[in-house]
Design a protein around this ligand. Sequence first.
Ligand code: NAP
Length: 285
Amino acid sequence: MAALVLNGKQLSLQMETDLTARVAALRARMSGGAGAEPPVLATILVGDDPASATYVKMKGNACVRVGMESRKVVLPQSASTAQLLAEVDALNADPRVHGILLQHPVPPQIDERACFDRIALAKDVDGVTVLGFGKMAMGEAAFGSATPAGIMRLLAHYKVELAGKHAVVVGRSPILGKPVAMMLLNANATVTICHSKTQGLPELVRQADLVVGAVGRPQFIKGAWIRPGAVVVDAGYHPGGVGDIELSAVIDTCAAYTPVPGGVGPMTIATLMAQTVEAAEKAAG
Ligand code: NAP
């Protein structure tokens, strides 16, 4: 039987339709009626990494598509931690701003963790703060890290069974591997987290009912490591349109997979939009 395609592009379009209606409804019930100001996602881009600039632009475009406003803050490559903290403080204090996205990575002289953690919890729509992570891990209300939360939405949409399944996550970054492992654990999967010091990685991946590739290396996880019938989630994206998993080798044998592109990537942006709309709805009471 052909593998199920976990079509993130399609689901993200459905989510955008729903979000457009929610934004319109929110504006209609605010004091200015339909003319009321739209929800605002503030994006902060530091430095001149072209990939980061592209991601921020894509997020800004998505805001416009659902009727929100995106406010761009751009800091030079030479910016200091103090400068970035001051920008975050200003956005935290601005009642017009509902969500704050600080694009990762920032230049090396900046204390990225300190800047992430300065984002007010109510505006942490990208789910990057230690407090938000802790709350999510404990099953309390908090916005999840956008890529992992997008993966979980996609799995839920396609009714992928997680309870009791063995999930193997390859990667443990603060924005991806660690939070997705916690979310899978909260969904009652049995979770193995692998990283650069893991020994016997192919054997561990072979045990997986569900594999998450979050390594940052093109096609690092080989098709031969993945057992037939597994669910394959590839968070990676590299030039040439490949991810972190050798997908071409498993699409005929796995149960389901996220395509690259069109799987996890669009879900990240749609989840960021959804969490910003939710933050605006909460702010409006
Ligand atoms: P990252 O911060 O570089 O983390 C990579 C992780 O992979 C680390 O935990 C590292 O282990 C682990 N790793 C490196 N080499 C390994 C090896 N030989 N064996 C096992 N594990 C190894 O990357 P990231 O930010 O999590 O991103 C991961 C991937 O997801 C990238 O391809 C990125 O482009 C993609 N991504 C996509 C989206 C999206 O919206 N679609 C968003 C974010 C990221 P250590 O901890 O031991 O160093």
